[in-house]
Design a protein around this ligand. Structure first.
Ligand SMILES: Cc1cc2nc3c(=O)[nH]c(=O)nc-3n(C[C@H](O)[C@H](O)[C@H](O)COP(=O)(O)O)c2cc1C
Length: 329
């Protein structure tokens, strides 16, 4: 549903063109200094305005509704809210009868019997990732000594960073979109986070990452490239008593449990579904396949703004795993 987490729990809510979006957190440690300023850096990384991002610009200022007193978290549920102020709902009205290919218009309409708020993608909009980024900020504060490094690994299959602007400009000029791969790295993660079997660290991290609209692939360490290696090439040799390994093909996890090496994850984000190029889709009013040209304001590359969102997902998963792990010892 709309909540996840065992001890660090988050509940996500809101719609793109409704009053607000946000997140309700439970399991937040008391005594963490927290104010709106703390959210600014990560929210800025998610903000639109640059090449390849949507022209919809919102203030994205967090409103801390509950759970903070005198500048510190109280241990009570923390409610973080963002107002939607820059909405243009008329852009989306024809998507009720013509669902966008690759978007959630069709699945949401069927699942909710047409009662879903379809404006701007409604509950499936990237607006809701504001809540994830904010929860990530709190999770990072609870993860002492863990550092995050997030990179754009490739765009539209190209890993030459000097070509990224050209690829983006090309997509924008042609009213098309591009996807790519993000690489996430968390260092300073202690040995022992994650549980065997169903709450393996790979499972809980992926669960969060696959909740982000547009994420279609997650791999750990060397991932699918490991399929062409032999054990003698794949195995990560242990070289000290801390469990440090020479290579990190396993992405820092064995047996579902962090092994003390960096957690390394790659995430594939698909090209943005909403493109200005003519596409075919089904018209549910006249029961014919018709052409659709999508209007409205969209990111040409979801991946640019999704980087900090995916990093937040990793932080949330690690924070929850750290609390669970502590509860056992
Ligand atoms: C940061 C971010 C920005 C996005 N911007 C757009 C957008 O402008 N237009 C669009 O059609 N989809 C956008 N999406 C993607 C949709 O939310 C997502 O593609 C859709 O819900 C279906 O994706 P799925 O098949 O992976 O669930 C964005 C996603 C993220 C994470």
């Amino acid at each position: 549903m709309n909540h996840i987490g065992r001890l660090f729990q988050i509940n996500i809510f809101g719609e793109s063109h409704g009053n607000c979006v946000g997140i309700l957190l439970d399991g937040v440690k008391p005594g963490i200094s927290l104010c709106s300023e703390d959210f600014k850096a990560d929210l800025l990384r998610r903000k639109s305005g640059g090449l390849g991002t949507t022209p919809r610009i919102e203030a994205d200022e967090v409103i801390i509704e509950t759970g903070v007193f005198n500048g510190y978290t109280t241990g009570a549920p923390l409610l973080l809210r963002f107002l939607n102020t820059n909405t243009k709902s008329k852009d989306y009205s024809n998507l009720v009868k013509h669902p966008r290919p690759s978007h959630a218009d069709f699945t949401a309409k069927e699942k909710y019997d047409g009662f879903n708020d379809y404006r701007g993608g409604g509950h499936f909009s990237a607006r809701l990732t504001l809540g994830l980024v904010s929860a990530g900020v709190v999770a990072k504060k609870m993860l002492d000594g863990v550092k995050f490094e997030t990179k754009l690994d490739n765009l539209n299959g190209c890993s030459d960073k000097t070509k990224f602007n050209e690829i983006l400009q090309n997509a924008v000029d042609n009213h098309d979109s591009v996807g790519g791969v993000i690489s996430l790295k968390a260092t300073g993660v202690p040995v022992g986070l994650g549980e065997p079997y169903f709450d393996s660290l790979e499972s809980t991290i992926s669960h969060l990452l696959f909740s982000v609209g547009g994420v279609k692939g997650v791999e750990f360490g060397i991932g699918f490239n490991g399929a062409s290696l032999k054990g003698s090439e794949f195995n990560d040799m242990i070289i000290d008593q801390n469990g440090t390994t020479k290579t990190n093909n396993n992405g820092g996890i064995n047996g579902g449990i962090s092994n003390g090496n960096p957690i390394e994850v790659k995430v594939f984000l698909k090209p943005t579904p909403s493109i200005g190029i003519k596409q075919e889709t089904y018209n549910f009013e006249n029961n014919k396949v018709e052409d659709l040209v999508i209007e409205g304001r969209h990111d040409a590359a979801i991946i640019l703004r999704a980087m900090v969102v995916c990093e937040a997902c990793l932080a949330i998963a690690l924070c929850d795993a750290a609390l669970v792990s502590k509860a056992y010892k």
